[in-house]
Write a protein that binds this ligand. Structure first.
Ligand code: NAP
Length: 444
């Protein structure tokens, strides 16, 4: 197969799985350039995965192997729409893969959401993981109550980080500013709200299990909220993972309140209806009890007109990420994805030649890091098929364009120097790394 050049926009997990699959065929000599607007590669592995889950982060070692292949280059601090556009990519590459993830989040659409202290869990995650854009978020932790809306794994992450002790956090790679703020946290009650029942919770078994072993926090569950309707009971019988989730919650309910200083209250069949404030800050959250109703075989929830007020100084909405539109690229606003057929970008029903998509930008914000491998391989299989009937175009090197634009990109070599320095700083403190937060500091 002749030399094709591929640009991948984004350098998170799905980008690296796509790059690995593109350089895999023995008969292909495909060259791959990865672009990220930040100096650091690995996307959500660095800025999304919880700092106390280091095993998940070790997947970066695999991505590093891909990046070190001579056919692969990394351009950090090189941003689509700022330093280059689609026309420039088309001029320099045969194919372009969008691996831009889901950079925004969903709103609740209830009154009070814009009060101070109300934010998305994704912002809070980015803050404690040292994402340069969120270093000034400065959440007020001089409060006792936090409401986390949603029962997916992101909700579990933020609830757990808020529930953990300084000793538990100080051995992780959590951002220094977050470690310092959490050290002085006054948070006592973390209310995690599921709008449907325990059998419909999206969290996975290891995530709910962890709450049974925290140093300074007890999980608290109301047995009455674990009662299952016939459809949910059937689901528990047939689905082992659902049953295990419910079993963990039943075990927590049986424990009672416990004696630890902090409590994580897992609530089910409740929805926030209004966030109340005082002096511009969140002061409480009004919630309504729900019941489950079956709609075309799906278990949905509806309010039953019974309300409760939870005192809280912070609300973290954790109801899913949402993809944003990229200039010049087709976009499905309802789903927040780039419309595609198996990874070939489509407009109307027709494929757009040369454009592909992987990861959350392709399928929406679902699945764990590893899910992106199969997803990227599906897209790359189509790319390899399309290459069979195409000829590579004559092209220059994008590095020249980036230099003309004053981009001052960060190469993978340079990233490795930043990485080595972070790890070195970490060793001195018995931590995996101490992250640089400031882009200029990283460059320096
Ligand atoms: P998610 O798994 O889709 O969970 C979203 C949660 O928000 C669900 O409980 C959903 O309830 C709820 N929700 C949605 N709209 C709501 C509303 N208007 N009011 C109240 N609740 C609402 O999303 P996520 O937690 O952001 O996670 C994204 C993906 O990343 C998932 O695949 C997750 O497994 C993965 N992830 C994995 C890990 C890990 O492996 N440790 C860590 C973090 C994230 P309904 O079910 O009723 O819609």
């Amino acid at each position: 197969m002749p030399d094709f050049k591929v640009a991948i926009i984004g350098a998170g997990p799905s980008a690296f799985y796509a790059a690995a699959a593109l350089i895999k065929p023995a008969d292909a000599s495909i060259k791959v350039d990865l672009f990220d607007r930040l100096p650091a590669p690995y996307g959500l592995v660095r800025y999304g995965v919880a700092p106390d889950h280091p095993k998940i982060k070790s997947v970066a070692n695999l991505y590093e192997k891909t990046a070190l292949d001579p056919r692969v280059r990394f351009f950090g601090c090189a941003e689509y729409g700022k330093h280059f556009d689609l026309a420039a990519l088309r001029a320099h590459y045969d194919m372009v893969v969008f691996a831009t993830g889901a950079q925004s989040d969903r709103n609740l659409g209830i009154p009070g959401e814009d009060l101070k202290g109300s934010m998305s869990a994704t912002e809070f995650v980015a803050w404690y993981n040292g994402h340069p854009d969120y270093r000034d978020l400065n959440p007020n932790l001089d409060i006792e109550g936090v409401v986390v809306v949603g029962v997916g794994n992101v909700a579990m992450d933020v609830a757990r980080i808020l529930a953990k002790s300084y000793d538990e956090l100080k051995v992780t790679d959590i951002a220094d500013h977050a470690l310092e703020a959490l050290k002085h946290s006054k948070v006592k009650h973390i209310h995690v709200l599921g709008r449907r029942g325990p059998a419909q919770a999206k969290f996975t078994n290891p995530e709910i299990k962890e709450f049974g072993h925290l140093e300074v926090a007890d999980p608290v569950v109301k047995a009455a909220e674990l009662e299952l309707d016939p459809d949910s009971a059937k689901l528990c019988e047939t689905d082992r993972l659902t049953r295990q989730n419910v079993d963990f919650l039943r075990e927590y309910a049986a424990r009672g309140h416990g004696s630890k200083a902090r409590k994580v209250h897992f609530r089910f069949l409740v929805s926030p209806t209004e966030i109340h404030g005082k002096d511009g800050w969140v002061s409480s959250v009004k919630i309504e009890r729900n019941r489950l109703v079956s709609v075309n075989g799906d278990q949905k929830c509806e309010g039953i007109g019974e309300f409760e007020e939870l005192p809280a100084g912070m609300v973290l909405r954790s109801v899913g990420y949402y993809g944003v539109a990229l200039p010049g690229v087709p976009y499905d606003k309802r789903k927040g994805i780039i419309p595609n057929a198996g990874g070939r970008v489509t407009e109307g029903d027709a494929p757009v030649p040369g454009l592909y998509v992987v990861g959350w930008a392709k399928r929406g914000p679902t699945g764990v890091i590893g899910t992106n491998k199969k997803d990227a391989e599906e897209t790359v299989a189509l790319m390899l098929e399309d290459m069979k009937s195409a000829a590579p175009k004559a092209k220059g090197d994008i590095a020249q364009l980036l230099e003309q634009k004053g981009c001052g990109y960060v190469s993978f070599d340079e990233w490795q120097k930043i990485n080595a320095k972070e790890v070195e700083k970490g060793q001195a403190q018995n931590r995996p790394r101490v992250k640089f937060i400031n882009i200029e500091e990283m460059r320096a």
